[in-house]
Every structure is written in C-alpha cells, then in structure tokens.
Design a binder for this molecule. Structure first.
Ligand code: HEM
Length: 470
C-alpha cells in the first residue's frame, strides 16, 4: 500500500475513532465541555482541513491557542501558532514530547525504552549519553564519506535516462541517501560494519511501512499483507544485527582499537552514575536515528530541489553558486562558514518544513493565555513561518543575511528545549553537502509535469527534476 493509500485509510479510521469519541462524550452527558473549541464533529472536520495541502497556509485563520484534532490522534490537541506561545510550550520543562501519537505507537522504535518515548529522567539520561555521538565534531570525522555519498547519489540520479529530458523524482534517491548517511554517522569508522548497516535498508523500509500501519485498526492488517507483523520481524533482525556489530566493536575497542564514529561514542558514554547504554539501547538508538532522520531529511531535500528548480531567483542562485565556487576543496569548515548556503537552507526550512509542528504531552496541568491545559493532554507547537508572516511565502535569502525586519528566532525548524532535534547537525551537513555538490558538478532544471504536495504527517513538495553533469 503506498503512503497516500495508507493516509486515506488512516483518515477514515481516525474519523471512525473521532465519531466514537464524540459518541462517548455525548453518552457521558458531560454538561461541561472540556475542550470548548473542538468542532462539532470531532476529528472529521479537522481531518479534511489537515489533509488539504494548504492547511498550513490557513493556520492563521485559527485562533491561538485552539483545541484541534489531527489524524492518528484520538484525543484533542491544543494547537499553538503564535511564536511566543510555541516557544514557551516547546521549551517547557513540564512537557515531554510524544513523537507520533501515543508512545506505544513508537514500539517499533523502542517506545518507552527509547529516546522517542522515554520521559523525564530517563529521557534526560538517554540524551546525555548520546550527546557526544551527535556532536559537530563527530560529524566532521565522517565528512569524506558523506561527500562521496552525496556525489554518488547525484551521479545515480543523472544516470537515469529520464533525467535528461522529462525529469525524475528525487525522493527515492534522497531516501537511500538519508538512510546511508545515518549508517555512515553510526559506523563510518569501520567499513565492514558500515556495509552491514547499509544492508539493513530493506528491513528499515519494512519498519517504516509498518509504523504507518500502526495508526490503522488491527483488522486492516488482514487486508494490507501484514505490514505490522513484517515490521516487527524486521525490527528483530535489525536489533540482532546492531547488537552483533556493537559486541564486535566493544571487543575491538577493548583490544585498544580507536574509532571515531557514533557507535564508539555510544559504547564509551557514561552518565553521572557511571552507567552506560546496553546493546539493546544502542539498537533502539540506531532505529530512532533512522526513524527521525530518514523521512525528514529526504523529504526536506526533495522540497529544496523543488525550490531550486521552480522558485529561487537567478540572482539568489548566482550568489549561492559564487559562494560554493569560492570554497575550492569542499570541507566541513567551509560548509559551516558559508553565510549564503546557510541562509539558503534555513530559508527553505522556513518556507516549507517537513515537520511544521512538534507534538508534546503535558506532564502536569498548566495554563496558557487563560486556557487550561490538563495533564496528559496533547499540544502541538506550530513553528513553520512560510505563511504566518507577511510576504513570508517568497524565497528571500536576505532574511538570514542580516535583514533587521525579520525575526530569525521566531522560527525553530528543529524544535527547541529538551526535545530539540538530536540530529540537526547531521541534517544540516547532509543538506549542505548535497546542494554544494549539485552546484559544483551538475545542472538541475525543472522537468515535465505538475508539482505535487504530499501531506501525510510529514510533508513535501515535489516536481520532476532534470539533472545532468556540467
Ligand atoms: C531536515 C531534517 C530534520 C528536521 C526538519 C528535523 C526536525 C525535528 C523536530 C522538529 C524534532 C522535534 C523537536 C521538539 O520536539 O522540540 C526532532 C526530533 C528529533 N530528531 Fe530531527 N529533524 C531532522 C533530521 C534528523 C536527523 C537526520 C536525525 C538523526 C540522525 C534526527 C533525530 C532526531 C531525534 C532523535 C529526535 C528526538 C529528540 C528527543 O526526543 O529528545 N533528526 N527533529
């Protein structure tokens, strides 16, 4: 089943769930509505809104905060889109994020055991233990491998016979790239181990499909070929393989071998009590990094290629090209000191973000601008700034090049606070390398065909891209 079919079924299932919820609420004869601004038909109304690609464009028409409903979530969600409110709730210590719906939905990525589902002290412990592994310095070590990966991906794209005239879809190429980049980051210090991780791609895809099926009612498992069951089998294979690799690596490190990748940092990491991550923790960490870094980076890169071939002005592209040409050899340091490339990526993330809001759960009651938010309720902090600011849909590099009229801090593409994206350094580096390699060695232009918006929780805009070597 492809993702739009899964979405359609999810929407219908959620609508049925919503109606059931509505019926339960009615039958409980509660005179005092807990969530006053929910539509009369819970879920259904908002599903139709949300499934429409222009949802984020109309977000301004909603009050903030407002009780809302989203597909895949059975309860009401407090939607917040004012920048100060969004920053406040995202950084709140009382809030701990539920990544995609209920933590039990993330069982494929470790659920309560992993950084996705863990809350409070356990979440903090897992973050402390993984901090060094995801540092900027850790990324630097893997730069040459990431650069080769970007170049090979673009060459592969250009090799497709359709790339010359009609144009191709970038997404499958960037999905492979995003997965391989995480493998490089994890085990790039040992070629054989890296190849073993790369070989887990098909298993990860099974997990990814199975995860989407987690939102569906159990009886649909019979009709969709057992997506959930296949995903759990794939999860077991990945955990076993990562555990074997981790074991092997531990032994090699004990023998005095030194590695510079995330796997060795995760093995070495100790918290304040001296405790370390188990092989299972590390297995789930790999799954979480793939779960969080696969769709996000690949969809965002695909959207960026849409911008490059459809929206960005020649002046902006020339400025970017000049900066990239001035680098000489590409390196991590010239990419991190590249004001125009930096502005380019941030402007893309600002206009259309793969994850326009983050969803958290309140771990205690709080009040936001007079609205009572009971403990255990969900809230979504909307942070994309494309349509929320005047003239915000235009692609303008100057916003991130010192334009005083633009408040850069309004926008949080990777979230903020204790749940801030763990992989943002890797994501930024990956995206920058691909754009730099594109401008150094290839020409990308608009292909034949209409743009499509995909909006299934995460989002992208895509149109066919022609790509050829310079
Ligand atoms: C363009 C790419 C990406 C975007 C836009 C993005 C965005 C986000 C956002 C908005 C959050 C939630 C933050 C919050 O709740 O405040 C998040 C969490 C997370 N991201 Fe990313 N991300 C991207 C790529 C990656 C990559 C490549 C990785 C790993 C390799 C990654 C790993 C994570 C993890 C582990 C979390 C959960 C952190 C926690 O709960 O403590 N992300 N990301």
């Amino acid at each position: 089943m492809d993702s739009s079919a899964i979405f359609a079924v999810t929407a219908i299932a959620s609508a049925i769930g919503g109606l059931a919820l509505w019926a339960v609420q009615r039958s409980s004869k509660s005179k005092e509505p807990t969530f006053p601004s929910l539509p009369k038909w819970p879920l259904l109304g908002n599903i139709l809104d949300y499934a429409d690609a222009s949802f984020t464009k109309r977000i301004n028409s909603y009050p903030t905060p407002v009780w809302f409903s989203l597909p895949g979530f059975m309860g009401p969600i407090l939607l917040v889109h004012d920048p100060d409110q969004a920053r406040y709730v995202s950084s709140k210590a009382v809030s701990s994020r539920i990544v995609f719906g209920e933590p039990k939905l993330t069982t494929l990525f470790g659920g309560y055991e992993s950084i996705f589902g863990a809350t409070g002290k356990e979440h903090k412990r897992l973050r402390v233990l993984s901090m060094k592994a995801v540092s900027k310095n850790a990324m630097k070590q893997q730069f040459p491998l990431l650069q080769d990966l970007a170049r090979e991906t673009l060459e592969n794209m250009a090799r497709n016979p359709k790339a010359e005239t009609q144009g191709i879809s970038c997404l499958p190429h960037f999905q492979k790239l995003a997965f391989n980049a995480i493998c490089i980051f994890m085990a790039g210090g040992d070629e054989a181990q890296l190849n073993q991780l790369v070989g887990l791609y098909d298993d990860f895809i099974d997990i990814s499909h199975g995860f989407k099926a987690m939102f569906l009612p159990p009886f649909l498992e019979y009709f969709n070929g057992g997506l959930k069951a296949k995903a759990f089998e794939a999860q077991a294979r990945i955990l076993t393989k990562v555990s074997e690799i981790t074991n092997e690596r531990r032994c090699a490190m004990e023998d005095g071998n030194i590695y510079s990748d995330a796997l060795s940092s995760l093995i070495e990491a100790r918290d304040e009590n001296g405790s370390s991550l188990s092989d299972r923790d590390i297995g789930f960490m790999f799954l979480v990094l793939c779960g969080a870094g696969f769709e996000t980076t690949s969809m965002q890169l695909t959207t960026i290629f849409y911008f490059i071939t459809n929206m960005v002005s020649n002046t902006d592209l020339e400025a970017l090209q000049q900066e990239v040409d001035s680098f000489g050899e590409l390196s991590e340091s010239n990419l991190s000191q590249s004001p125009i490339l930096n502005a380019f990526v941030k402007e893309s993330l600002r206009i259309f973000n793969v994850a326009p809001f983050v969803i958290r759960i309140a771990t205690e009651d709080f009040t936001l601008d007079g609205v009572n938010v009971p403990a255990n309720s969900l809230f979504a902090a909307f942070h994309e700034r494309g349509s929320l600011i005047e003239g915000g849909e235009a692609f303008e590099l100057k916003r991130y090049l010192g334009d005083p009229s633009f408040d850069k801090d309004e926008f949080m593409p990777f979230g903020t606070g204790e749940r801030r994206c763990l992989g943002f350094q890797l994501a930024m580096l990956e995206i920058k390398i691909v754009i730099a390699e594109l401008l150094r060695g290839f020409v990308a232009t608009k292909g034949v065909g209409k743009a499509k918006h995909v909006h299934v929780g995460t989002r992208l805009i895509e149109s066919p891209v022609c790509i050829r070597p310079k």
